[in-house]
Design a protein around this ligand. Structure first.
Ligand code: FAD
Length: 111
């Protein structure tokens, strides 16, 4: 039998989704091919259309419209995503994350 687990609320969904998105950026190539660049842009666009929180999706879509994904390197993508995440942090009244620490948090670890 299965333990009962409810569907994720907006917060749980958000934490899991940021973990996935930042982890994708953390493994994105330092020197991506044209195809890899196209695919990550398409991914972000599609993600902003299908994200299963309607008002979150709408704002993320708008962020992408005003701030085209920067996909020429891992460093660029990580910073762009950090800025996208900070846009949501600001909206929710959360502390902004220092994007200079993005690599420590999502690629290398703190020690
Ligand atoms: P989270 O914001 O989930 O962050 C998880 C961890 O990431 C943090 O503990 C920190 O270590 C790290 N982190 C924090 N900021 C950054 C950053 N800028 N760059 C890199 N790492 C960082 N919720 C709403 O209520 N309304 C919305 O409109 C909304 N829109 C969203 C849009 C998207 C695309 C996503 C993925 C989520 C959205 N959420 C929204 C969820 C919200 O962003 C949080 O995920 C949720 O509130 C849980 O917050 P948290 O404090 O646990 O940390």
């Amino acid at each position: 039998s299965y333990a009962r687990i409810d569907p994720p609320d907006v917060e749980q969904l958000g934490r899991s989704s940021w973990t996935l998105l930042h982890s994708i950026a953390a493994r994105y190539p330092e020197a991506p091919s044209t195809t890899q660049k196209q695919e990550i842009k398409q991914f972000m666009t599609i993600f902003s259309h299908i994200y299963p929180c309607n008002w979150c999706a709408k704002d993320f879509e708008e962020f992408i419209r005003n701030n085209a994904p920067r996909v020429d390197s891992r460093e660029e993508l990580g910073r762009w995503l950090c800025e996208a995440h900070n846009d949501v942090n600001k909206k929710l009244g959360k502390e902004e994350f220092n994007c200079n620490l993005w690599t420590k948090r999502w690629v290398d670890g703190w020690d």
